[in-house]
Write a protein that binds this ligand. Structure first.
Ligand SMILES: [Zn+2]
Length: 331
């Protein structure tokens, strides 16, 4: 398994006290080595402006360039501007485009520094500057491919839903903490579900049992129904109970099982799969949860305490939500 990686990813440093620190990726890779995960690193190039414009408006791209030169102002209240922000964000988009290429060549590709699902075409927001997955989907669409994106980061993938939620060539699927209790607050509700866009809001404190029930009852039927050519997975790990940006309780065993479920999908459907890191900010837990997913895909495990977050208390409620989502998505 190859991971698109370069030290330039550390340029995406939103501040010493900001959760999105530049050393997230270097620390993760070091931890992967300690844990004995099997992987190789692959170099990549920065995304071109032409690539960025596949998703973003020219006005916004120019605005980020100006902020990048001056070092101010902020991009949005929660997304700082800094000197070099244009290049930093473009490198991370380049890494996701490399993950696509690896997926096309070898079946699977990974970029830990990706999954910026809150960015809109006209502005960055929610720690997200450029939408790497938005650009990736646009590139795949240009090739005529049908794309499915499955996002189980703790937050709703609102930027992706807004851009592609009603596009018949893109199936957008998001499992996340109920947005009436968490950012982005305005979208991500079950009622927005239709045939090619599915939201499954998990009540706060939901854990492995809930997310695995939802994933296993919804993702395989969606794949069967829509038969996409390419799968993008936002494997965000801010749903682990250590992570202070959300209130979910997904255990390390839960992330291992999600990885195993992806491994089964890969085997059964023979579909190219690009994985992007998304959120997760408490070391070593975020690195462990990423590593377990990547090990799970490979049919392996790692020597770690797996039952660290309690779950299951909302399983009854989630079963009801899944039944309603199935009906809205006509599954
Ligand atoms: Zn998140």
């Amino acid at each position: 398994m190859k991971i698109a990686y370069d030290e330039k990813l550390s340029l995406l440093h939103l501040g010493d006290d900001h959760p999105m620190r530049g050393d997230r990726y270097q620390r993760a890779v070091r931890r992967f080595r300690e844990l004995g995960l099997e992987f190789e690193l692959e170099n990549f190039s920065m995304a071109s402006e032409e690539d960025l414009l596949l998703f973003h408006t020219r006005e916004y791209v120019e605005r980020v360039k100006e902020i990048s030169e001056r070092g101010w102002p902020d991009i949005s209240p929660d997304t700082p501007g800094f000197k070099g922000v244009f290049e930093a964000a473009s490198w991370s988009v380049g890494a996701t485009l490399k993950a696509l290429e690896l997926a096309e060549q070898e079946g699977i590709g990974v970029n830990l520094a990706g999954g910026w699902h809150h960015a809109f075409p006209e502005t960055g927001r929610g720690f997200c500057i450029f939408s790497d997955t938005g650009v990736a989907i646009a590139k795949l669409k240009k090739k005529g491919l049908k794309v499915m994106i499955v996002d189980y980061d703790a937050h709703h993938g609102d930027g992706i839903q807004r851009a592609y939620g009603s596009d018949p060539q893109v199936i957008t699927v998001s499992f996340h903490q109920d947005p009436s209790t968490l950012y982005p607050y305005l979208t991500g509700f079950l009622e927005e579900t239709h045939e090619t866009n599915l939201n499954l809001p998990l009540p706060p404190l939901s854990g492995a049992e809930e997310v695995l029930y939802a994933f296993s009852h919804l993702v395989p039927p969606l794949l069967e129904k829509h038969r996409p050519d390419f799968l993008i997975v936002e494997m965000g790990v801010d749903g682990h109970c250590s992570c202070y940006v959300a209130n979910l309780s997904i255990s390390k065993r839960g992330y291992l099982r999600l990885g195993e479920a992806l491994g089964e999908i890969r085997y059964k459907y023979d579909i190219p799969m690009a994985l992007v890191g998304g959120g997760g900010f408490v070391y070593p837990h975020y690195a462990d949860c990423w590593a377990l997913q990547l090990a799970g895909i490979q049919g392996r495990s790692l020597d770690l305490e797996l039952d660290d977050c309690p779950g299951g208390r909302n399983l009854g409620r989630v079963k009801e939500l899944v039944a309603r989502a199935k009906s809205l998505a006509r599954l």
